[in-house]
Write a protein that binds this ligand. Structure first.
Ligand code: ADP
Length: 631
């Protein structure tokens, strides 16, 4: 019998499919099963109005069988079936406008294949990725004749009449021979098949059944010393059919949600928060999201993939759809199911993008609202969230030149010197003193080290609250925010802290005294410091090191880690308290023991460096100086 040729466009696509080097051949099964499910949908729908169909909802199913000897995998459905014309039209041509585009994309770059194949269903033809011969035996509802379609690939297909008792379609695929690189045997193994169905087709609405080969002890050998075993077959339904997110919330227990999360996203811990949402409108979707309770071990590595699982009416389209989540919420896990995302390639890509964008926008809003309400209603949970992912929110404020800071700033928490716990910027501002100009922050390695900073004394005396920042990103976060509620954020190391003015003017004598100290110290320290000035911040402490210009010590340290050799340095300013007894002592040695006075001066700088968390330039010299003064 003469072979019919595929329509030219289809032929080329088929060529690509057969010879492609996809890593994700697995999806062929999803495509074949989705087709079967669609065909059942059609007949099921007919049965509602047409009594002659003689089937009820529960009669419909998809059956899978594999035969390792003949290397065949068969997927059968009792759906609407196809007649000769359908076979010609449906399987003789790839009847989708998107196919050309798809082909072009595939030709571009083999690396992109995986994504495209994940995003779009590629239909019946994908079976040629794994099968060398495909037979379709089908009988359409309302027809007396059954037909057999057969093809071994690009060289065409045949259609002949055949026998088939029942309405529906069998797709019989003979697997390709194994090669050195590829094994196709796996698609005949029952556990592999059942795993693929669980992964991609778990929520197909009709049962997907397979005769599973099992082993049991022979009844008659039960009590003997050497029990014997026998194989037997048992039909199993491999899919769970109703997705959890399609069920009304009241019908799902916390336990079920938790279990689902832990299994699906492989986390040993229960999620901190489950978020379910159902949106109807421009784009319709249901989503079930989870906030993990702990930072995943690989969260800050490249291995961690942001994204949500994307389903189209219960069929998995993409394992990790990155476009559904903004970067600052990359810790969120979950699934989104939308009938508006097409499994077919026939939809234009642009349309797909628009749908995803729309979903991302509403999902982002939803996540933010949920976090805000957690912050208000269950602060303990929010603290847990914060310790796991707070850093991500801070990075979110900094990223993209601060584009998202308005969205995120109310989710931030910082340690408050007065409250002795984490507070929001809103809480800070609400409790600000009338004469307080700025929101103050201090950076350092830990709350304890910051708390000992001498510069905080005067602020504390004024009863002003100070935010303690201990993460590397904090400083950048403050630079991005700049202000909150029209109140400027100010580092305690800034020259001007806007403190209520000291009414007492410096006398001429005091001025001369200060000048003398400053000149001496500048001469002694040389280019170790950019400047020496009289401090307005110090009370019981003699010196403090501050940074001039845009660069702080925190930033210096950060850049140093990134690039140890060429890192820029913060400009060091040594601020002194001229009336402090140690400073006075230093000055008293100038006439009698210049060496000692210089040692004092250098040691004062060292003290200031140590307190600011800045490495000493020469630890040996420091140590010798201290020892010589102890003599
Ligand atoms: P798509 O499903 O994206 O339209 P396919 O290449 O997968 O493209 O299938 C082409 C067409 O073949 C389907 O639209 C459907 O009309 C028909 N078809 C495929 N499988 C079956 C089946 N099991 N039963 C009935 N019709 C089928």
């Amino acid at each position: 019998m003469a072979k019919k040729q595929f329509k030219s466009e289809s032929k080329r696509l088929l060529d690509l499919m057969i010879n492609s080097i996809y890593t994700n051949k697995d999806i062929f099964l999803r495509e074949i099963i989705s087709n079967a499910s669609d065909a059942i949908d059609k007949l099921c729908f007919k049965s509602l109005t047409d009594e002659k169909v003689g089937m009820s909802r529960n009669d419909f199913k998809i059956e899978i069988s594999a035969n390792e000897d003949t290397r065949t995998l068969t997927v059968s459905d009792n759906g609407i079936g196809m007649d000769k014309e359908d076979l010609e039209n449906n399987l003789g041509v790839i009847a989708s406008s998107g196919s050309y585009k798809f082909k072009q994309e595939m030709e571009k770059d083999s690396k992109e294949d995986i994504d495209i194949i994940g995003q779009f269903g590629v239909g019946f033809y994908s079976a040629f990725m794994v099968a060398k011969d495909i037979t379709v035996i089908t009988k359409k509802y309302g027809c007396d004749t059954a037909y057999k379609w057969n093809s071994t690939g690009a060289d065409g297909y045949t259609i002949t009449e055949c026998d088939k008792d029942t309405v529906g379609t069998d797709i019989i695929m003979i697997m390709k021979d194994n090669t050195d690189e590829e094994s196709y045997d796996e698609y005949l193994e029952q556990y592999r098949l059942s795993a693929l169905i669980k992964k991609y087709s778990d929520y197909i609405r009709y049962p997907i059944e397979m005769e599973m080969k099992k082993s049991r002890m022979k009844e008659e050998t039960k009590d003997s010393d050497k029990p014997e075993y026998e194989d037997y077959f048992e039909k199993e339904t491999l899919n769970s059919m109703v997705p959890l997110w399609q069920k009304p919330k009241k019908d799902v227990t916390d336990e079920e949600y938790n279990q689902f999360y832990m299994e699906k996203f492989m986390d040993y811990n229960q999620p901190l928060k489950v978020i379910t949402t159902s949106v109807e409108g421009v784009v319709t979707y249901k989503a079930m999201l989870f906030i993990p309770s702990k930072t995943p071990y690989n969260y800050f590595t490249k291995e961690y993939k942001k994204g949500l699982q994307l389903y189209s009416s219960g069929v998995l389209i993409m394992d990790n759809c990155e476009d559904l989540l903004p970067e600052h919420f990359r810790f969120v896990k979950g699934v989104v199911d939308s009938p508006d995302v097409s499994l077919n390639i026939s939809r234009e890509m642009l349309q797909q993008d628009r749908v995803l964008k729309q979903m991302e926008k509403t999902l982002e809003k939803k996540i933010k609202n949920e976090l805000t309400s957690m912050l208000k209603k269950s602060p303990e949970d929010y603290e847990k969230f914060w310790s796991a992912f707070g850093i991500q929110i801070k990075y979110g404020c900094v990223a993209d030149y601060g584009t998202h800071k308005d969205e995120l700033q109310d989710l931030l928490l910082f340690y408050s010197s007065k409250e002795k716990k984490n507070i929001t910027l809103k809480e800070y501002v609400e409790k600000m003193k009338e004469n307080q100009k700025y929101i103050y922050y201090a950076t350092g390695e830990s709350v304890e080290t910051i708390d000992r900073l001498p510069v905080l004394e005067l602020l504390k005396d004024n009863d002003f609250d100070i935010l303690y920042l201990t993460d590397e990103v904090d400083e950048f976060c403050m630079q991005a925010l700049m202000q909150y509620d029209k109140k400027e954020l100010r580092s305690v190391l800034n020259d001007d802290l806007g403190l209520p003015e000291d009414s007492k003017e410096e006398t001429k004598e005091e001025k001369d005294n200060s000048e003398g100290i400053i000149n001496f110290m500048k001469d002694t320290l040389g280019d170790k410091v950019a400047d020496v000035v009289v401090s307005k911040k110090l009370k019981s402490y003699p010196v403090v090191l501050t940074a001039k210009g845009g660069m702080s010590f925190e930033m210096e340290r950060y850049f140093q880690q990134m690039n140890p050799d060429g890192a820029m340095k913060a400009q060091r300013v040594l601020e002194i308290n001229p009336t402090h007894q140690v400073v006075q002592a230093m000055m008293s040695y100038i006439d009698t023991d210049m060496e000692r006075a210089k040692k004092y001066c250098n040691l004062l700088l060292c003290q200031a460096q140590l307190l600011a968390g800045v490495d000493l330039d020469n630890t040996a010299e420091y140590s010798q100086n201290v020892l010589s003064l102890m003599d």
